[in-house]
Design a protein around this ligand. Structure first.
Ligand SMILES: Nc1nc2c(c(=O)[nH]1)N[C@H]1C(S)=C(S)[C@@H](COP(=O)(O)OP(=O)(O)OC[C@H]3O[C@@H](n4cnc5c(=O)[nH]c(N)nc54)[C@H](O)[C@@H]3O)O[C@H]1N2
Ligand SMILES: Nc1nc2c(c(=O)[nH]1)N[C@H]1C(S)=C(S)[C@@H](COP(=O)(O)OP(=O)(O)OC[C@H]3O[C@@H](n4cnc5c(=O)[nH]c(N)nc54)[C@H](O)[C@@H]3O)O[C@H]1N2
Ligand code: SF4
Ligand SMILES: [Mo]
Length: 716
């Protein structure tokens, strides 16, 4: 067990019977610094202390983070492998479970070919594990079908950043500079609930006079404290961003010298935004002309602005366009690559940044290398010790893997660290896919809604039972430490993948004794790639409070600020976005007259498989509900607490009405942290962005109906 205790600032916190293990919260991309309190003699996990000397979060934590330790020794933990027999799970030994996996995998591959197997990954895991998932699919199983839950999360940000800047690092600046910024333009981010500990930076800046503009169809806790709240109609961000740029150009707010020197496409951009007058923008977005002008002037006058966005703008069928457009606003101001200014997306999951760089995506290899680039294939093959000919070709995106199941091409799936039965769009299609599979394996530490469909469930260790690195919201690589020994008979994900690899005859490629060995191979695999971690070492992370990638050599300090001199494109220039306005995949009609959008609440995390097991969080928010404006409610005679049946072109669900004026009259909102009949993803539209293949979780057309009596199903 790791004995590491931070040198600074913990002495007074320590109880004599306990030791403090320094690590980071397992949930969101803020990766708040914390110590876990462990009993010295018994090893029992006792609680948590926020870490005051962690420079990004400085002792702040949110309700999920302070209760996360309660999941580690939770009675629902899966203790042994489970095998489904006659429709019921029975406990089994690892031998038995692995034998069954080997038999099925080999059988299916000999009958249908290598690509009969597939892997669905996730990024609540360390870099070491995320890296290994890609290698596991391509080397151990030899299949082209691998993708991961970040496809539903960061893929549009990635697509937009690559198009604009040539590389996808979520933040171009370190968070610790935010207090010196003078304007935040935040679109589709409810940071107060979703990255709560980042709020302190905005407060500090506001105390010094900074202004905040928030773009959201709801008046969220974030929008409530904004200087201007742009309450747009869902799915209209591309019109708003073009409209903002129209004013920047017209009013002379553009840094012409910067744009001439560092950007492409300026002339085309001016032509493109010409017709986005405030009147036209207001007509498309539903925001008043007055507010559009006010926001544009505040942003235009800023000296150090940060344009920020999150899933509200990215989870759309034009998410990539939105990211490129909002990033272009910052380029016009000449604010990228400079102190306390730039562009940032709020990375979602704990390792949402690192986990998207190293090969879980269907077309990527470690270090952001492309599977379609022969040089990249050659290099990674050499690191992996395989013949380049053996490297599988690119597969398909997360949702599209379910199309391959329907076509009979994918016959088995191994889900590692995700719960798509709740979190994928159009869940009835997903559930049907799971039923059609010949064989489903799920690695998790709690029995998820996805695991219920499995033939074999493998008990993985939780975030607290292994060590490694993650990359936070800023692009800072940090260390996760082991808090206790694996619970029950659970094994780490890397051990599980290595065991299966052995049975597939690939032992020599997965012969790891510990995490450090994987980290060393991983560093080498990223060497020379766009996301270069070669110079990151565990010691350097400890010495510097983390290391920002790219960090190409051991004597390199890392890169807190991106693009100081050049962008990562071929010509070194950024590409301004030339994009016209287009409608979302579904717009309201007579049959489905309103807009449904979905998202989060502060008390729950993603599919809820972890947070629905924490009593405090369930007391605060036990069930989903639909937020509705009183004006809209009056059309149907809804009172607060009435039952509303919502129907889209996919399916229906029933939840309680929560009346609030903090939402547009044409839009309703449901949080998505529950499964089965309580999953809002029964309703969502799987219309995909053409580039990122991101589903349109944020906009679909819906109809409402009052239901007199309804018994809400159990939330767990
Ligand atoms: N409490 C909590 N925190 C989390 C998570 C969690 O599950 N719970 N998950 C983590 C993860 S993985 C992620 S990805 C992040 C997500 O963080 P956010 O993206 O901030 O969260 P969401 O609630 O999905 O969406 C943000 C906002 O987008 C708005 N929105 C909806 N449609 C539109 C639109 O068309 N345009 C614009 N501009 N806005 C729109 C919604 O009203 C919502 O307030 O949070 C991370 N942090
Ligand atoms: N309607 C709607 N749907 C959405 C979204 C939305 O805004 N609206 N947001 C999307 C977004 S941004 C995201 S990120 C996805 C997330 O969707 P999911 O991938 O389903 O997210 P989680 O609930 O975190 O699922 C992770 C699972 O892995 C387990 N787990 C955690 N850590 C580990 C580990 O180290 N190893 C293993 N083996 N298992 C582990 C957890 O217990 C949990 O069951 O949902 C997407 N779905
Ligand atoms: S803000 Fe994010 S990382 Fe911090 S405690 Fe909350 S969930 Fe954990
Ligand atoms: Mo996410």
């Amino acid at each position: 067990m790791s004995d590491f205790v931070a040198k600074k600032g913990v002495k007074n916190l320590q109880h004599k019977d306990e030791k403090l293990i320094t690590t980071h919260c397992c949930y969101c991309g803020m990766q708040c610094g914390m110590h876990i309190r462990v009993h010295k003699r018994t090893g029992e996990v006792r609680g948590v202390e926020p870490r005051y000397d962690w420079p990004v979060t400085m002792g702040k934590m949110c309700p999920k983070g302070v209760t996360a330790y309660q999941t580690i020794e939770h009675e629902d933990r899966i203790k042994k492998p489970l095998i489904k027999k006659n429709g019921k799970f029975v406990e089994a030994s690892w031998e038995e479970a692995l034998d069954l996996i080997e038999k099925n995998y080999k059988g299916l591959q000999s009958k249908y070919g290598k690509d009969a197997l597939s892997v669905f990954g996730g990024v609540s895991m360390t870099n070491e594990k995320c890296y290994l998932v890609g290698k596991y699919a391509r080397v151990a199983l030899g299949t082209r079908y691998i993708d991961y839950n970040g496809r539903f999360c960061m893929s549009s940000a990635a697509g937009g950043f690559i198009r604009t800047f040539g590389v996808d690092r979520g933040s171009t600046l370190p968070w610790t500079e935010l207090e010196h910024s003078d304007c935040f333009f935040m679109a589709g981010s409810n940071t107060a609930e979703c990255h709560p500990t980042s709020i302190q930076w905005f407060w500090k800046a506001k105390d010094k006079g900074a202004k905040m503009i928030v773009v959201d169809p709801r008046e969220t806790p974030t929008a409530r404290v904004a200087d201007v709240h742009l309450d747009l109609k869902p799915g209209t961000d591309s019109a708003l961003a073009n409209g903002m740029m129209h004013i920047l150009v017209k009013e002379g707010y553009v840094d012409e010298a910067y744009v001439q020197e560092r950007c492409n496409n300026y002339e085309q951009l001016k032509e493109q935004v010409a017709h986005f007058t405030p009147e036209y923008t207001s007509e498309k977005t539903g925001i008043s002309i007055e507010k559009i002008l006010k926001a544009a002037h505040i942003f235009g006058r800023s000296k150090r602005s940060v344009v920020m966005f999150a899933r509200g703008v990215e989870q759309q069928s034009k998410g990539v366009d939105n990211v490129a457009l909002y990033s272009s606003m910052s380029l016009l101001k000449g604010h990228i690559g400079k102190f306390a200014s730039g562009v940032a997306t709020f990375t979602g999951q704990g390792n949402g940044q690192g986990g998207r760089e190293h090969g879980q995506k269907s077309d990527l290899l470690p270090g952001y290398r492309k599977l379609t680039d022969p040089e990249a294939v050659k290099y990674i093959s050499s690191v992996w010790g395989i013949d380049p000919e053996e490297m599988p070709k690119p597969g398909v995106s997360a949702y599209e893997m379910f199309d391959e199941i329907q076509k009979g091409n994918i016959r088995a799936m191994h889900v590692i660290c995700s719960n798509p039965a709740v979190s994928a769009p159009n869940t009835e299609y997903i559930w049907d896919g799971f039923k059609k599979l010949d064989f489903l394996v799920v690695s998790d530490f709690f029995l998820s809604e996805t695991a219920e469909y499995a033939d074999v469930v493998l008990p993985a260790t939780s975030w607290a039972e292994d060590e490694g690195t993650t990359t936070n919201i800023e692009g800072r690589v940090i260390r996760i430490r082991k808090v206790r020994e694996p619970y029950g008979d659970s094994k780490t994900d890397w051990q599980i993948m290595s065991e299966i690899a052995k049975r597939m005859g690939k032992e020599k490629h997965f012969d790891y004794k510990n995490v450090s060995e994987i980290f060393e191979e991983f560093r080498l695999a990223t060497k020379g790639g766009k996301a270069d971690y070669y110079g990151v070492t565990y010691d350097k992370i400890d010495e510097q409070d983390g290391v920002f990638w790219p960090c190409p050599s051991e004597d390199h300090p890392g890169t807190p600020t991106m693009f100081k001199e050049r962008f990562a494109t071929e010509d070194g220039k950024a590409n301004l976005a030339i994009v016209d306005w287009r409608e979302p995949g579904e717009i309201p009609t007579e049959d489905y007259p309103h807009i449904l959008t979905t998202g989060r609440v502060v008390y729950h995390y993603l599919s809820g498989n972890q947070t629905r097991r924490v009593n405090f969080l369930m007391e605060q928010c036990p069930l989903p509900y639909v937020e509705m404006h009183p004006e809209l409610a009056s059309q149907y005679n809804f009172q607060d607490g009435d039952f509303c049946k919502l129907t889209t072109r996919r399916s229906s669900m029933t939840v309680e009405v929560k009346l609030t004026k903090a939402i547009r009259e044409d839009t309703v909102f449901i949080p998505y942290h529950w499964g089965k009949e309580l999953s809002v993803n029964q309703l969502t539209n799987p219309c995909l962005d053409p580039i990122s293949r991101m589903p349109e979780f944020k906009v679909c057309a819906v109809k409402l109906q009052k239901i007199a009596e309804y018994e809400m199903p159990s939330p767990i």
